[in-house]
Design a protein around this ligand. Sequence first.
Ligand SMILES: Cc1cc2nc3c(=O)[nH]c(=O)nc-3n(C[C@H](O)[C@H](O)[C@H](O)COP(=O)(O)O)c2cc1C
Length: 257
Amino acid sequence: MRNNIIIVNEAKCIGCELCIKDCPGNCLCLENGKAHADKTGCIECGHCYAICPQGAIRMANYECKDEAVVSMTEISSVTLLEAMRSRRTMRRFTEQPVEQEKIDMILEAGRYSPTGANAQNVSYTILGSRQKEAEEICVGIFRKATALPGKIASVAERFRITDDFFFKGAPLVILVTSRSSVNAGLASSYMEIMAESLGLGVLYSGFFVLCTRLSRKLRKTIRLPKGHKVVTCMVIGYPAVKYQRIVPRKPARAKTL
Ligand SMILES: Cc1cc2nc3c(=O)[nH]c(=O)nc-3n(C[C@H](O)[C@H](O)[C@H](O)COP(=O)(O)O)c2cc1C
């Protein structure tokens, strides 16, 4: 059980109970007309900090910057939906490097994605100086396709495994790793949308992820955090092609019970 990191400034607290009602862990109560934090049970989600009209709450171990919130409603939903429908996997990239500010924004989008119980247990590895070496290992694995399990062999045989088969000459590869596939998958989705909004294209390289399962050498090369698995491999760069229309899709399998 984590220790409670919530600090209530009693001089500022007006006892409105908003924090108490919003706490998902029932970790706050009213004592002598002031909010009071229990010793344990806090998942550090920050809802109490976010909701307090008086700015009376601080979170120990976190930098609390009092940043104003921006509502998603400030983004046109119609434009957002059309942009989401227009998103395409990018497999052809220019050589233009991705600026550090853009990489930072992509990572920030991942950092702010939700995680179960606010575990914040997703890590990001930029392959950087090891990108070429990692791709070479994967190319080696796929070129020995016949030695691989059935489905992989048939995939590898269908494609010509060029030297840039996995990363398509893209300048940036970010591995999203975690113990939790759901948390890392959600983070990846946030990151992809951010990358697209910055004019970048993204390819999820499932083939690369597969190789991380098959090769210890590759896992060593990418310095996989302990206990983590590579959930997604995000290949990112400036698009070398432009799509002209939104593709058709099967109807959503949605039902109301
Ligand atoms: C988890 C995942 C893994 C993928 N792996 C690969 C891959 O290794 N190589 C590739 O060319 N495309 C890969 N893709 C892209 C899919 O083929 C693509 O999303 C799908 O064909 C639909 O096209 P769209 O993304 O342009 O809508 C992957 C997509 C996802 C979500």
